[in-house]
Design a protein around this ligand. Structure first.
Ligand code: ZN
Ligand code: ZN
Length: 953
């Protein structure tokens, strides 16, 4: 029988099974809606999964993000929305290229030896074998995404979108190629975005270098102008020295020339307001090709740019005798040479911020290069309006400000990367006319002069360019026609983006820019122009918090405090880990992940498992005497409308039934409300309190009173001959059991649905068991989420009554403990209360008697003075307890204990009186022995007194 559950809850066994089932059965697939279905776009709930890097492995941050998304997705699905969660992976240009490069290096070759084509083929091969491991992990963890819609950012379909977007922006004059100072990583040999540079404080130096002033006669004078720099090697590319126009110290040098040391060329002294007279010597060397500020200075003063380094940050031919040296080697040599020439005025310690490549940690070299850029206006303005006009809402709200602040200060976006892995830029250089051809189809001829001497740009596009297009490209842009627009109509704009703060600018902002720009391509279904409110890629952005370690420290490999979710899942099960994360997740609050909590939620899962076993055992007991009612009824009910709780609120029902149903509705209301506000923590805690507290600790205990089943003759037989008095009693008892079992099963089944988004595996297993393996729908995830219903209103008196009974029971239990009543003893209680409470207690006497182990309740005007009492606003209560003693047994017990203690004291005594022992034994042993003897002696005295006090037999 399927509901014959194993005794122990073993998450691994059930989770593997269901994870596989969900994928195999395609339970979460959301096919393209039909014409009819897509009319009602409002009821869709769509999330685009932030695509993890194809090289990635699942970490705690992912697991947290996926848990939150999955809870929302499952909840919406169970509320009847048309739900779609789209998975995919990102080709991750730099990360993937680095990984494969490392592989081929270990094989003794390089990508340059290999050549571009073979290298790219090799990356694809890697991807076929190992790519997307993280999606496999997501499958195992039960993320309810639509696997049929899985994408890879380099897929043909998505690549078409990337190409169209590039060409379109180029045609619109929004993509241009220009010389610009970029952050260059000499290891990765590519430009990297500002966002990919991490700054570290570095203890370095400020070198002061003397540049000789050239006299009017063209010869060097004895005067020097001293400049300060943190990167002396860049001086090889100096083209000027700048001072502030009002700086009195240098006024006489305006218009003069200097001799650039080591290189010998003449460079002008220029004046610019930007120079700060306070920094260093107040004179700055100007190297436009190696510093963004100098580049701007160079532009203003029409100065040339001399790039002195190659792609690997070695000095190039422009660097004279230093050509071929690595930048840091050159630095040392240059400083030494200057010193020898007495041109080094000083070296000062200096702490500066040094930029490193986020991927490989190499020091970034600001460097002039020719790159492709997206002209950020008017894209940014549209993206600003989308948020300002409220078409996109941020949670927590403060991120809207962060976003706007960044957007309002945004620079043109450098989109070219000097990598081999990625979307190659569709631009061709003509050797004949030197013009550029940008095209949707690979051209054979120059679009300007018709020459066939074309070479394609070797650059690829920034990974974020393709992922920024995802919200439109996954639904078919740019090839949307009247026939294939159903997906776009149904799912765009998506409902929600759940992501981390770290990619707010990288990805979130760029999706908004590109989404708002390109979705206007697709007019509304009625042919009207797409308004901004429908152009946005999503209506809401939920920025989740960070998962930190138990001490609130950020997890990092260096600190060694990284918690591997897969390991924790192996130990406690996915459900317990998910519940832990959910129970701590509220907007804007970081999570201090603590395994102790997971252990607690594993116990919670166990509790639910045991409750199920208890219920199933009673179903079987009932079945044995021929009662199949509640179970069959549930199945019938389930088949019909799935699935809301029947109205169990009738006055005829016992208080505990009315109470637990009302509690369930109340909890359902609270959980729905909490999830609407992203209060995962509140939702999880409400369910926990309900399931463990109300349902298991109270309701199950109370209802046990009624779960009695006895064999009775069949209905037919009784109809024929009429029951005896005895049989009538049996029937009455069975009917009570039947009623209790009914409510029990209904409430339990609904509770599983309430819990399902949080603990999908456990609930799936138990839910199938309830229906004996023949559930009304294929998964609990496709059933309906409990909603609050009518009975919740008007339930206040029930809550109040039940609370009084609970308080009374809790107080009696506390009293029993205080007085030392044996666990099993059943004792009378005295209660002083008003008439109302008297009525409630009397009506529910059996509950109080059973749960508080009370033999009778004596209503009194005042508690007997000799009794210890507890008082509340509503009542005083005391336990009447007279210790009854079996004198003979007690005498026997005491005599035995006394004999045992006498032996112990005698032994200690003997050892302590032995001088041979006390002389040799360490002092703490002797002390310990003395203490043991004294303690035993004391206890012995007490027991002897007790024995004497016993009445004669
Ligand atoms: Zn790098
Ligand atoms: Zn040409």
């Amino acid at each position: 029988m399927p509901h014959d559950l194993p005794k122990a809850y073993d998450p691994t066994a059930i989770e593997d099974h269901w994870a596989e089932y969900w994928v195999r059965e395609k339970l979460f697939a959301q096919p393209t809606p039909t014409e009819e279905e897509s009319k009602d776009g409002e009821s869709s709930f769509t999330i685009l999964l932030p695509p993890p890097n194809v090289t990635g492995n699942l970490h705690m941050g992912h697991m947290f993000e996926h848990t939150e998304s999955d809870i929302l997705i499952r909840w919406h699905r169970m509320r009847g929305d048309r739900v779609l969660w789209i998975p995919g992976t990102d080709h991750a240009g730099i990360a993937t290229q680095m990984l494969v490069e490392r592989q081929i290096t270990s094989e003794g070759t390089t990508r340059h030896q290999m050549g571009r084509e073979r290298f790219v083929e090799r990356v694809w091969e890697w991807r076929r074998h190992y790519g997307g491991a993280i999606l496999g992990q997501m499958k195992r963890l039960g993320a309810s995404v639509d696997w049929d819609r899985e994408y890879f950012t380099m897929d043909e379909r998505l690549s078409v979108a990337v190409r169209e977007a590039f060409v379109r922006l180029y045609e619109q004059g929004l993509i241009y190629r220009g010389a610009y100072i970029v952050n260059w990583c000499p290891r990765c040999q590519t430009a990297i975005s500002d966002l990919e540079v991490v700054y570290d404080e570095h203890k370095g130096h400020l070198w002061e270098i003397r540049y000789p002033v050239i006299g009017d006669d063209g010869k060097d004078t004895d005067e020097f102008l001293t400049v300060a720099t943190t990167r002396p090697e860049t001086m090889l590319g100096d083209v000027a020295v700048a001072v502030h126009p009002d700086d009195e110290r240098y006024k006489h040098l305006h218009g003069k020339k200097l001799r650039l040391p080591l290189m010998g060329r003449e460079i002008p002294v220029i004046t610019d307001e930007w120079v700060s007279p306070e920094f260093g010597t107040g004179a700055v060397k100007v190297t436009p090709a190696h510093d963004p500020n100098d580049f701007a200075l160079g532009q203003r003063h029409d100065l040339p740019s001399i790039n002195v380094m190659d792609d690997t940050a070695h000095i190039n031919a422009e660097g004279g005798v230093y050509a071929g040296l690595d930048r840091f080697v050159a630095r040392k040599k240059i400083v030494a040479d200057l010193e020898e020439m007495s041109l080094l005025a000083g070296i000062k310690d200096h702490v500066n911020n040094v930029g490193h490549c986020d991927r490989c940690k190499t020091v970034v070299e600001p460097r002039l290069s020719l790159q492709w850029f997206v002209k950020i206006q008017p894209l940014a303005d549209k993206a600003i309006a989308a948020v300002k006009e409220g078409h996109i809402k941020f949670t927590p709200e403060m991120y809207a400000k962060t976003y706007l602040n960044w957007m309002e200060n945004i620079h043109d976006w450098c989109i070219s990367r000097q990598l081999w892995w990625g979307h190659r830029i569709p631009a061709w250089h003509c050797a004949a006319c030197h013009k550029t051809t940008v095209a949707r189809e690979d051209p054979t001829k120059c679009s300007h002069c018709g020459s066939e001497k074309l070479t394609q740009s070797t650059d690829v596009l920034d990974t974020w360019f393709s992922s920024g297009l995802l919200p439109v490209s996954v639904f078919g842009w740019p090839n949307i026609t009247a026939e294939n627009r159903a997906d776009f109509d149904a799912f765009y704009p998506t409902s929600l983006l759940v992501t981390g703060f770290d990619i707010l600018f990288f990805w979130v902002a760029r999706m908004i820019m590109l989404g708002c720009w390109f979705s206007t391509d697709v007019p509304m279904k009625d042919g009207s122009e797409r308004p901004l409110s429908k152009s946005v890629p999503y209506r809401e952005v939920y920025i989740h918090a960070l998962v930190r370690d138990a001490n609130r420290e950020k997890m990092s490999k260096t600190k060694g405090n990284v918690v591997d979710p897969i390991e924790i899942v192996k130990q406690y099960g996915t459900d317990a880990v998910r519940f832990t994360l959910a129970s701590m997740a509220s907007p804007g609050t970081d999570i201090a992940f603590n395994v102790a909590r997971t252990e607690g939620y594993r116990a919670f899962a166990n509790k639910i498992w045991n409750a199920a076993r208890f219920i199933f055992m009673n179903i079987d007991r009932a079945a044995e005497v021929g009662i199949k009612g509640p179970f069959e009824a549930l199945r019938e009910h389930g088949k019909s409308s799935l699935i809301n709780l029947p109205m169990v609120g009738g006055d005829g029902l016992p208080i505990e039934d009315r109470w637990i149903v009302a509690m369930l509705y109340k909890t359902a209301g609270q959980v729905n409300e909490a999830l609407e506000n992203y209060r995962f923590d509140e939702a999880a805690n409400e369910i926990y309190q309900f399931f463990w507290g109300s349902f298991c600790d109270w309701y199950l205990e109370i209802v046990k009173l009624r779960l009695n089943f006895s064999p009775a003759p069949s209905r037919e037989e009784l109809m024929r001959r009429g029951p005896t008095i005895e049989e009538e009693r049996t029937l009455e008892i069975n009917s009570q059991g039947f009623g209790a079992l009914g409510v029990l099963v209904f409430v339990f089944e609904a509770s599983l649905r309430l819990l399902s988004p949080f603990m999908p595996f456990l609930t799936e297993e138990l839910w199938h068991a309830i229906f004996d393996g023949k559930p009304p729908v294929r998964s609990i995830a496709l059933s309906r989420f409990p909603r609050p219903q009518g009975t919740a209103n008007g339930a206040e008196p029930i809550f109040a009554e039940m609370e009084l009974l609970q308080t009374l029971i809790v107080e009696v239990r506390a009293l029993r403990k205080e007085i030392g009543v044996e666990e099993r003893a059943v004792v009378p209680a005295e209660v002083r209360s008003n008439e109302e409470l008297k009525r409630i207690i009397t009506a529910n006497l059996a509950i109080v008697e059973r749960l508080a182990r009370v033999s009778e309740v004596r209503f009194v005007d005042a508690i007997s003075p000799s009794l210890a009492k507890h008082s509340t606003n509503a009542f005083d209560v005391a336990v009447v307890y007279e210790r009854k003693i079996d004198v003979a047994a007690e005498r026997d017990k005491l005599t035995k204990e006394i004999a045992k203690l006498e032996k112990i004291t005698a032994n200690s005594e003997r050892q302590l009186n032995n001088p041979g022992f006390t002389a040799k034994a360490p002092p703490h042993i002797v002390e310990g022995l003395k203490k043991q003897r004294d303690d035993a002696q004391q206890l012995l005295d007490k027991l002897r007194r007790d024995l004497d006090a016993l009445p004669p037999a």
